[in-house]
Design a protein around this ligand. Structure first.
Ligand SMILES: NC(=O)c1ccc[n+]([C@@H]2O[C@H](COP(=O)([O-])OP(=O)(O)OC[C@H]3O[C@@H](n4cnc5c(N)ncnc54)[C@H](OP(=O)(O)O)[C@@H]3O)[C@@H](O)[C@H]2O)c1
Length: 350
């Protein structure tokens, strides 16, 4: 049994905890909270031990806190850091490195420059075994994970017939439960988005990927609009869809009109947190024109990285063969079942 601590109990930390606590090989020591708010009691009501920074213990005196984060980390095999962007690096320096702990960081951190948390950005579909023997690894962000799930199978099938990928990321403004964040009535563009460099870190520096990102006032997923250019005539849409038929974490939908419809369905099916944990190819929007395939898929921002964290944890803690890790993750996430239900609900009308 390995002991895991989840530092941060927000959108991502709460989701990761809710799955790994059902993993019979893992003992969740507890979760780290930083603000004395109602979420402390939510975590406790879910059977979790809550720890807080040593210097904040006093501000949590009205809550049933088990102890300090510093003490929890004294007997721990791996930390999953789920801190707000940039704090993962600070935690690495102040907590995890001094205690010689293995740690997983989330997509708001970086693998570049002075504040790099790792030299490896993980995508289970591409570089699973590279995490073996590593002490510090960063899980790619939701968009970065989604792009890998789509581009890697295309690269495997078409190799050097592929000339260029142009991606427009239409990003959500906030997450569903971030009710404290208002959706601004504007469309914002992002200068130098990190996503292309992050994807190139695992697909290769020379990958001909060109990316632009905008942010729109929605909480309901991201949408990726992708043009895939070929050296010669582009394959037909049916051939592209065939590639993704058995692809893990990629579902093909024909009749969804928007991202909310997909989440609403996930809600009726009682999928955890209304997440699908997948990307959804919108097959009715795919076109093949001359040398270009035009593709659109939505990316479940809150769910997609959760099974990835579980795969990464298995690679680091157990160095388990990919197929075995995949099977073990499937036992917790039931991705095949979810994919089937989604495909049936949004099937092609005949
Ligand atoms: N949201 C998404 O859809 C999404 C998707 C993929 C990746 N990510 C990445 O996942 C990471 C976490 O994002 P999130 O959306 O889960 O953020 P979030 O909802 O704001 O949650 C952050 C959590 O971290 C806690 N925290 C505050 N200071 C901390 C510190 N110094 N060390 C550790 N934890 C601390 C917060 O505690 P208190 O609430 O008690 O203050 C809160 O529980 C970021 O790197 C983000 O880029 C997010």
């Amino acid at each position: 049994m390995k002991k895991v601590f989840v530092n941060g109990y927000g959108v991502i930390g709460s989701r990761i905890t809710s799955f790994i606590k059902d993993d019979p090989e893992i003992q969740v020591i507890g979760v780290g909270k930083y603000s004395p708010d109602e979420k402390v009691n939510v975590a406790i009501s879910r059977g979790l031990d809550v720890f807080v920074p040593e210097k904040k213990l006093d501000t949590f005196r009205n809550f049933k806190i088990v102890g300090s984060i510093e003490s929890a980390l004294n007997d721990c095999d791996l930390v999953i850091d789920a801190a707000p962007s940039g704090n993962g690096y600070i935690n690495k320096k102040n907590l995890y490195e001094p205690k010689k702990l293995m740690a997983i960081y989330q997509g708001g951190e970086t693998i570049y420059g002075e504040k790099a948390v790792s030299d490896l950005l993980f995508n289970s579909r591409v570089n699973y075994t590279k995490a073996f023997g590593k002490k510090h690894v960063m899980q790619g962000s939701c968009n970065v994970t989604g792009i890998g799930r789509i581009l890697q199978p295309l690269r495997e099938k078409y190799g050097d017939r592929l000339v260029r990928f142009d991606v427009i990321l239409v990003r959500r403004w906030a997450d569903i439960e971030q009710t404290n964040i208002d959706l601004k009535d504007t469309i914002e563009w992002s200068e130098n988005p990190h996503h292309a460099d992050d994807v190139k870190s695992y697909l290769g520096k020379e990958t001909p990927l060109f990316l632009r990102a905008i942010k729109v006032p929605t909480r309901q997923m991201h949408l990726h609009i992708v043009d895939i250019r070929f050296k010669d005539k582009a394959p037909k849409p049916s051939e592209i869809l065939e590639i993704f038929k058995n692809e893990y974490g990629v579902v093909t939908l024909w009749t969804a009109k928007g991202t909310k419809e997909v989440r609403d369905f996930a809600n009726t099916m009682n999928f955890s947190f209304t997440d699908t944990n997948m990307v959804h190819i919108h097959a009715n929007m795919i076109e093949s024109i001359e040398d270009t395939v035009k593709l659109m898929y939505s990316d479940d921002q809150t769910g997609i990285v959760i099974p990835e964290n579980h795969m990464l944890m298995q690679a680091m803690l157990f160095q388990r063969p990919y197929e075995e890790a995949f099977k073990h993750a499937e036992g917790l996430f039931h991705m095949e079942e979810k994919k089937k239900a989604l495909q049936e609900q949004f099937a092609k009308k005949v």
